[in-house]
Write a protein that binds this ligand. Structure first.
Ligand SMILES: Cc1cc2nc3c(=O)[nH]c(=O)nc-3n(C[C@H](O)[C@H](O)[C@H](O)COP(=O)(O)OP(=O)(O)OC[C@H]3O[C@@H](n4cnc5c(N)ncnc54)[C@H](O)[C@@H]3O)c2cc1C
Length: 136
């Protein structure tokens, strides 16, 4: 997680770490993410709270039984809201599957932003830049 956060920070993102208390659709589109530290506006949300499905439920996402209903892009019935990992699966969970769900959501968001199908491949030099120091 430390490496992932460092990689995200290297892109200059505004990153907040806080417990989310609510996610709601905004009056003028997008979402309002409420946290213990205040509210944040978002164009997209990716829910990744494991088997806890309360935020998906209060946001109004459709369920298939106990599971948040998603397709292969991980988008829920609420446009631009994605659900990943344990909340969309019945017990057949693994860390790599949850990470893959997040990647599927991210690529779908990037495709929407670009207006065309998009993939994002690193080359060995990119991996060396991020992970090279871990060998020392
Ligand atoms: C004992 C045990 C052993 C396991 N061993 C393996 C293994 O060897 N290999 C393997 O691949 N998988 C293993 N798993 C399964 C693996 O842990 C899960 O498949 C995986 O963690 C699910 O990932 P996730 O992202 O969906 O949810 P989680 O990993 O549960 O992550 C959810 C995160 O969301 C946070 N969160 C929840 N609510 C909020 C909120 N309101 N605001 C902010 N943050 C919130 C939680 O604190 C947590 O950090 C094991 C599970 C268990 C219980």
């Amino acid at each position: 997680m430390k490496t992932a956060r460092e990689q995200v920070d290297s892109f200059g993102v505004e990153r907040h770490e806080a417990s989310v208390t609510d996610v709601a659709e905004g009056d003028e589109g997008g979402f309002v993410v409420s946290t213990e530290d205040g509210e944040h506006a978002a164009d997209y949300v990716v829910l990744a709270t494991g088997a806890k499905r309360d935020l998906a439920e209060s946001l109004g996402c459709a369920f298939d039984g106990d599971l948040v209903d998603v397709g292969v892009t991980m988008e829920t019935s609420v446009e631009n809201a994605y659900a990943t990992g344990a909340m969309v699966r019945a017990e057949e969970w693994q860390a790599v599957i949850s990470a893959g769900d997040g990647a599927a959501a991210a690529l779908n968001i990037l495709s929407k932003e670009k207006g065309e199908r998009y993939h994002d491949f690193d080359v060995p030099a990119d991996a060396q830049a991020v992970f090279g120091g871990m060998n020392k």
